[in-house]
Design a protein around this ligand. Structure first.
Ligand SMILES: NC(=O)c1ccc[n+]([C@@H]2O[C@H](COP(=O)([O-])OP(=O)(O)OC[C@H]3O[C@@H](n4cnc5c(N)ncnc54)[C@H](OP(=O)(O)O)[C@@H]3O)[C@@H](O)[C@H]2O)c1
Length: 300
């Protein structure tokens, strides 16, 4: 049997130890880090990897892309796929900063809460994404919009940067999302007045919404927070909460470690899927992560 080899490429100075551990536990024999990799270097690295093994062994080689930029990671996936020369192939997978699997897990958990406790899924729901310029916020916005939700990207440093993200999403994924500024409490309250669901995906340790804002939100069904570092991104949401009412409101909370549990299983599951796929080469991104996460969310 050929060895299962994972080449981990990142534009950063270091590959993520988290991802390396996940890959080792999933069963890779050899995990090799490539750091400070530029987009223009991806094709050469991929071709260097494919020609060293017979085509039938291509499914024993995986190229993984890290970093902290969703668009760059997706561009790297495309560059890798374009570099393949038939009949040679390899699996490709990106999960920059764990964001693809984290976003997938958060959206899948929210969907489960909606279906179980609020009647209906994501389609048509008004979703406000805080931290939308980060990778987790970006991917969760796209996943939800692809599921038919009405998504608003909420800016923290003016509307320009979220507007640019919205334009990128339109071009790349064909989704229309709104963008607004939401830095002050008054601006946040105005956003929440027209919101059914919040995804809170801002920087670790940052409080995005106070309990007062949540209590005053007239339509807020679910408030999801991926920040596990105190204080919680949404006051009143416990890290293990999964569809539990936030004190003083009717809103159901989803906490970072409830999301993290599904995220962890999703990333492990995608590595295992590539290790098991002997007859076809796979290309996996956050849309594949979402499909898997949906099947992993525990019943409520
Ligand atoms: N639970 C899990 O399994 C899991 C896994 C991975 C990551 N995470 C968490 O997911 C969150 C997002 O991570 P990330 O890598 O996507 O992004 P990040 O780089 O950690 O955060 C960037 C986002 O936070 C916003 N932000 C910064 N300060 C803010 C403030 N005071 N108020 C509101 N927004 C603020 C930024 O807005 P500007 O660009 O405008 O500054 C940007 O949109 C983090 O809390 C991270 O720890 C959780």
């Amino acid at each position: 049997m050929p060895k299962k080899i994972l080449h981990m490429l990142t534009p950063h100075k270091h590959v993520s130890p988290f991802d390396a551990n996940m890959a080792a536990d999933a069963g890779y024999d050899l995990i090799l880090p490539y750091e400070s990799v530029e987009l223009t270097e991806v094709a050469d690295l991929v071709q260097d990897a494919i020609f060293s093994r017979p085509p039938a062994h291509g499914t024993s080689t995986t190229i993984f892309f890290g970093g902290d930029d969703a668009i760059l990671a997706l561009d790297m996936i495309e560059a890798a796929k374009n570099a393949l020369v038939a009949p040679f192939g390899v699996h490709v997978f990106a999960d920059p900063q764990g964001s693809f699997t984290t976003a997938a897990a958060m959206v899948a958990c929210v969907e489960k809460i909606l279906v179980a406790k609020k009647g209906g899924g994501l389609a048509g729901r008004r979703i406000a994404v805080f931290g939308a310029t980060g990778v987790v916020g970006y991917c969760s916005a796209v996943i939800a919009a692809l599921e038919g939700a009405e998504v608003t990207l909420v800016g923290h440093s003016g509307v320009q940067r979220v507007r640019e993200r919205a334009a990128q999403m339109r071009v790349r994924f064909g989704v229309e999302v709104d963008s607004v500024n939401g830095k002050t409490d008054a601006e946040k309250a105005a956003v929440l007045a027209k919101t059914d669901i919040v995804f809170s995906a801002a920087k670790a340790g940052v409080r995005v919404l106070s309990a007062k804002l949540v209590e005053a939100a007239p339509h807020l069904l679910v408030a999801a927070d991926v920040n596990a570092v105190p204080p919680a991104g949404i006051e009143g949401v416990g890290v293990f909460d999964n569809g539990v009412a936030i004190a003083g409101s009717q809103t159901l909370g989803l906490g970072a470690l409830a999301v993290g549990n599904v995220k962890y299983q999703t990333e492990a599951g995608l590595f295992r899927r590539m290790l098991a796929a002997e007859d076809e080469v796979l290309s996996l991104d956050f849309r594949d992560a979402f499909k898997l996460a949906r099947s992993l969310v525990p019943e409520l």
